[in-house]
Design a protein around this ligand. Structure first.
Ligand SMILES: [Zn+2]
Ligand SMILES: [Zn+2]
Length: 206
């Protein structure tokens, strides 16, 4: 094993010795024996070059973690708005208003708040999405236009609101009933305090 020797010095008398960078616990070179004797307790030598390296490594890893966090956050920013912040309010709004959104013959026992929303990004203007009513999951691939991304989010939640227990073959997935649910949900969103408070754009159905 090649172990380059390092300079260890006493913080009290600054006398130094050469020792491995990881001396054994009981290696006497760890301690300044003359200072220890004077003090009556063990005085440990320090290795400035190792300390410096350690602190450099630490700050580098902190910096790396911060960059990674920033990159993750940036992925969700659309027109400087973190799209993740709209998910819960939209789910809550549509759940509490489900009576007003759904046609009378549809089941109301739905909680959209536990729908899992997966957000992806692309660099195009428009967004697209996909609703897995059986998996209780929504995938939204957000483009660069916030209004459109919010629309797609609401569109997918409209699919979830209709859900799986309304699967009459005569009902198309984007049929009349769906469009009515979507219209109500978009209207709710546009009139919501949430949208106004966060100065979010109005959503239009495309
Ligand atoms: Zn000493
Ligand atoms: Zn759809």
């Amino acid at each position: 094993m090649t172990n380059k020797l390092k300079r260890w010095s006493c913080p009290q008398c600054s006398a130094g010795v050469l020792a491995p960078s990881r001396p054994r616990k009981n290696n006497v070179k760890r301690y300044c024996l003359s200072c220890s004797e004077k003090k009556g307790v063990l005085v440990e030598r320090v290795c400035p070059s190792l300390d410096k390296k350690r602190s450099e490594r630490k700050s580098a890893s902190i910096k790396k973690a911060k960059t990674k966090q920033a990159t993750i956050a940036e992925r969700y920013l659309i027109e400087s708005y973190d799209i993740r912040k709209a998910i819960k309010p939209i789910a809550k709004m549509m759940t509490t208003q489900i009576d007003n959104i759904l046609p009378v013959n549809m089941s109301r026992h739905k909680n959209l708040r536990n729908v899992i929303v997966q957000v992806w990004r692309k660099e195009r203007h428009s967004s697209n999405g996909h609703a897995e009513t059986f998996g209780n999951r929504i995938h939204v691939t957000c483009g660069t236009n916030l209004s459109d991304a919010l629309f797609v989010l609401i569109h997918e939640f409209a699919h979830m609101a209709i859900g799986r227990d309304y699967r009459d073959d005569s009902i198309k997935s984007h049929g009349r009933e769906f469009r009515s649910v979507q219209r109500s949900a978009v209207k709710l969103f546009n009139q919501s305090n949430f949208r106004l408070r966060h100065q979010l754009p109005e959503v239009t159905i495309r």
